[in-house]
Design a protein around this ligand. Sequence first.
Ligand SMILES: Cc1cc2nc3c(=O)[nH]c(=O)nc-3n(C[C@H](O)[C@H](O)[C@H](O)COP(=O)(O)OP(=O)(O)OC[C@H]3O[C@@H](n4cnc5c(N)ncnc54)[C@H](O)[C@@H]3O)c2cc1C
Length: 290
Amino acid sequence: MLRDIKYTSPETLADAAALLGKHGDDATIISGGQSLMPMLRQRLTNYELLVDINEVQDQDYIQVDGDELRIGCLVRHNDVANSETVADHCEMLAETAAEIGDTQVRNRGTICGAVAHADPAGDPPVVATALDAEIKSCGPDGEHAYDASSFFHGFYETELGKDEIVTEVVFPVVEPPLGAAYQKYEPSAGAYPTATVAAVVELDGDEVAAATLVTGAIEPGPTPMPDAEAQLEGETLTEAVVTEVAELVGDESEPMEDSDGSVEFKREITKTLAKRALVTAIDRAGGDIE
Ligand SMILES: Cc1cc2nc3c(=O)[nH]c(=O)nc-3n(C[C@H](O)[C@H](O)[C@H](O)COP(=O)(O)OP(=O)(O)OC[C@H]3O[C@@H](n4cnc5c(N)ncnc54)[C@H](O)[C@@H]3O)c2cc1C
C-alpha cells in the first residue's frame, strides 16, 4: 500500500516547476509513472507531493524543425515507436522506443521522463548521449539547455536541478552521410537490457569522418568509447576494421558484475552488439563494408 502522498496536476509547466521549487526534496514530477510508481510501491523512494504534468496541454508533440527532431515531455515511447516522422528522421530513436519494456510501459512511459530518471539500464539516455541530443528544461528560475554528452553522471544522477522539469529532448536529424543504430541484449522479453551499444557514423566517401560509440547498462550510465572511436575514424570500411573496432568497444568497457552476468560475459556481448550496431549504422550512412 502506498503511503499518504498528496497529488496535484497543474495546467502549466511553470506552475509545476514553481511547486518543485516551493516543496524542494519533498516533491517530484510524475509523467509516465513507469519508473516512479514501482519505486514508490517498493518503498525505494518517498515524497510528500507528486506533481503530475499530464494535464499540461500541447506537450505531446513530435516536430521536425530544420535539422532538429523535437520530442515534447508528454510524448510516450509508443508515440515515438509508431511515428513516421521519427522513423524518417531518426530511425535509431524509433527502433529504441519500440523495444522498451512491454506495451503497457511504452503506452505510458516518456522519453523525457527516461532521460530525467537516468536509470543505468535505460535505453533513451544512451541514444541521447550518442547523438549528443539537447535536453531542455524549465525551473523556477527559467529555462536551461544541456548537452546529453555531459548530462548523465551515472546511477540516476544528472545535471538537472531538483526543481527542474525536462521540457523536451532535441535530437539531430540523422540522414546520409550520417547513420546511427542501437542494439541491446535483454535477458527476457520486456526486461531491462543487460548490455546496449549505440553507434553513430559519419562517412566521407569510403572513409569514416567521425564515429561515436556509446555503451549502456553495463556501467553506471551511458559510456563513450573514445579508443574505439579513434580507431574507426579515418579508416576505409572493411570487415576486418569493423570487427576490430567492435572488439575494442568490448575490451575498452568496464562492466559491472551482477546477477545479469560476469564482466567477461558482458564484454563478449558488448562486442557482438557493437558489431551489429556498426554494420547497421554504416549501412544507414550509405556505406559499404568491403
Ligand atoms: C516493467 C518495466 C520494464 C521497463 N523496461 C525498460 C527498458 O527496457 N528500457 C528503458 O529504457 N526503460 C524501461 N522501463 C522504464 C520506462 O521506460 C520508464 O517509462 C522511464 O524510465 C521513465 O519515464 P516515465 O515517463 O514513466 O517517468 P516517471 O516514472 O513518471 O518518473 C521517473 C522519474 O523521473 C522524473 N521525471 C519524469 N518525467 C520528468 C520530467 N519531464 N522532468 C523531470 N523529471 C521527470 C520523476 O520525478 C521520477 O523521479 C521499464 C519500466 C517497467 C515498469
